[in-house]
Design a protein around this ligand. Structure first.
Ligand code: AMP
Length: 541
């Protein structure tokens, strides 16, 4: 029946990032925010203080002429000060632009100039990096160094000031502006395999809804009794939304600062009794090795969220089986804020024998409420959810990108879905399994070989620490897989032993043609193996 809409009679409250920090600061003022500082000592703050100090910062930025929509960059570790910048900048209506310090300096120059950042907040660690590129950054008017006057270095950076001096005397009762909820709040650049990095511009509404989803029991289960140590950096898709979700749920936050090595992280997990942590697989590979060598994992650690690339099955088995962790495999992209799917075991899955369970956990999981997914064939037809059909994974939802910052490129399909560039199956229970990136799939004799499958199999070998598989041109088959492996310390596996081992799980045509041993794999700034580099190095034969 058609007819006029009847309007509901509820308040219109915009979903704003300032409402997150208002909530945390008022309702959970004493819940701690603990930081291992760049200067060294452990610093103890809380949500009440983060609220007050982010207001001081916002008032000082406003006094300094920062207006709505201005881009304010950060080059910083996970610390309480970086958290204050997140809230102070976005709360004011400006845009918090997190820069990834692991990028090549020329890439940082491109990104900062593309975004036209006006202020750069940076850790002491990155002063030399900033000094080296500063003369190529005409839009940056001032540098705020995230430290106090006692630790302020001699620097050539323009209008450099210590953060503590900058916010001193600011208005701790600053009133956050009532913004439209679609106001831009933060900006992250993502590097594709080709072309320049592209900016993903989140808004307040997408950030708040995404934070809500992160807290859900079947996503990351954040709550006021939880203690979360995000190892994933705040410059990698906003630490997967944890800085916002922790405020929404009143969770204690433990910020590891610059010490991301297994010893440093384990110490902090232990001393702060962290219950939750999140990182890419390569970080947990190091932690698991360390825990094995030194007894056990920190006892309270219960929930681990892992994504960014596919974790090997052996790592899942170690975390779940050996260390009793509630392992959550997640998938997403910068363009999806980044939460796309999470694999949380249902009661039925928990009852599966360990082997079947860990095999199941290599799947990337189900979409949470707020995001929809589908797989699409090469001809554009939407494919069935039978766990067999393989197609490109496409997404739409409340925190999925609409278009890139200052870019004409339209990425969405005609019917409004974002093509992720990942290839996947979806099973009848809507569990997604990523089989590859479109660009990494290997086509051999007309059949597709999933590089992820072969890598996963290889990492089950007792002597292999890391593995990557690329397609190399082949006159007969089109492409054939090449396995590039890093052996565990003090192990010297032979090519034959690895191929023999793989023959136990892979079909003959899926077996790599050769194995190359290297000391290390080239890793990108967000913990992913750089396959383009590997192709350059190895594909020519
Ligand atoms: P980024 O935007 O840099 O976070 O990269 C997103 C890409 O990382 C995705 O498109 C996937 O190719 C890959 N990725 C993220 N999580 C996973 C996962 N759990 N398994 C496999 N690939 C993943």
């Amino acid at each position: 029946m058609a007819g006029p809409n009847m309007r509901g009679q509820m308040m219109e409250m915009p979903l704003l990032i300032s409402s997150l920090i208002e909530h945390a600061g008022r309702v959970h003022p004493n819940r701690e925010v603990v930081t291992r500082t760049v200067e060294g000592p452990i610093h103890r703050s809380n949500w009440g203080e983060v609220r007050r100090r982010s207001k001081s910062l916002a008032s000082k930025l406003e006094d300094g002429g920062i207006a709505r929509g201005d881009r304010i960059a950060t080059l910083a570790w996970n610390t309480h000060r970086h958290l204050e910048v997140y809230y102070g900048v976005a709360g004011l209506g400006a845009v918090c632009h997190t820069l990834n310090p692991r990028l090549h300096p020329s890439e940082l120059v491109y990104i900062i100039n593309h975004a036209e950042d006006r202020v750069l907040f940076l850790d002491l660690t990155f002063v030399p990096l900033a000094e080296a590129i500063a003369d190529k950054l005409p839009t940056i008017e001032r540098y705020v160094i995230l430290t106090d006057s006692d630790h302020m270095p001699e620097t050539s950076l323009r209008n450099a000031v210590a953060y503590e001096d900058f916010i001193a005397g600011g208005d701790e009762d600053f009133l956050w502006p009532q913004l439209d909820e679609t106001t831009a709040a933060s900006l992250c650049y993502t590097s594709g395999t080709t072309g320049n990095p592209k900016g993903v511009l989140y808004h307040h509404r997408s950030t708040v809804l995404h934070a809500w989803a992160i807290c859900m029991h079947d996503v990351f289960d954040l709550h006021a009794a939880a203690v979360c140590l995000p190892i994933v950096p705040m410059f990698h898709a906003c630490a997967w939304g944890i800085p916002y979700a922790a405020a929404a749920s009143g969770t204690k936050l433990v910020m590891p600062g610059p010490r991301l090595d297994p010893v440093g992280v384990t110490e902090l997990l232990e001393s702060e009794a962290a219950t939750h942590s999140a990182a890419v697989p390569s970080v947990f590979l190091g932690l698991v090795e360390h825990w094995r060598a030194h007894g056990n994992k920190p006892a309270p650690l219960g929930v681990v969220l892992m994504g960014g690339s596919a974790p090997p099955r052996s790592l899942i088995a170690a975390l779940e089986g050996e260390f009793g962790v509630d392992f959550r495999h997640a998938w997403g992209l910068t363009e999806t804020s980044p939460l796309g799917t999470v694999n949380t075991l249902s009661p039925e899955h928990r009852r599966l024998p360990v082997d079947e369970r860990t095999a199941f956990q290599t799947k990337q999981g189900q979409p949470s409420f707020g995001i929809e997914l589908r797989i699409v064939g090469e001809d554009g037809t939407v494919l069935p959810h039978d766990g067999v059909a393989i197609g490109e994974l496409q997404a739409r939802g409340a925190w999925v990108i609409d278009g890139y910052y200052r870019s004409e490129e339209r990425k969405l399909t005609a019917d409004g879905w974002f093509p992720t560039g990942d290839v996947a199956t979806i099973d009848p229970h809507f569990y997604v399994q990523i089989t590859d990136r479109t660009k990494d799939l290997i086509k051999s004799g007309g059949e597709w070989i999933s590089s992820i499958d072969v890598e996963n199999a290889a990492m089950g070998h007792a002597d292999i620490a890391m593995a990557a598989v690329i397609g190399i041109p082949d006159a007969k088959w089109g492409e054939r897989p090449l396995l590039i492996a890093v052996a565990k310390p003090d192990r010297t596996p032979s090519r034959e032993s690895i191929l023999e081992y793989l023959a136990g799980t892979l079909a003959k045509w899926q077996l790599p043609d050769d194995v190359v041993f290297v000391d290390a794999l080239p890793m990108g700034g967000t913990g992913k193996v750089q396959k383009t580099k590997l192709r350059e190095q190895h594909a020519s034969g």
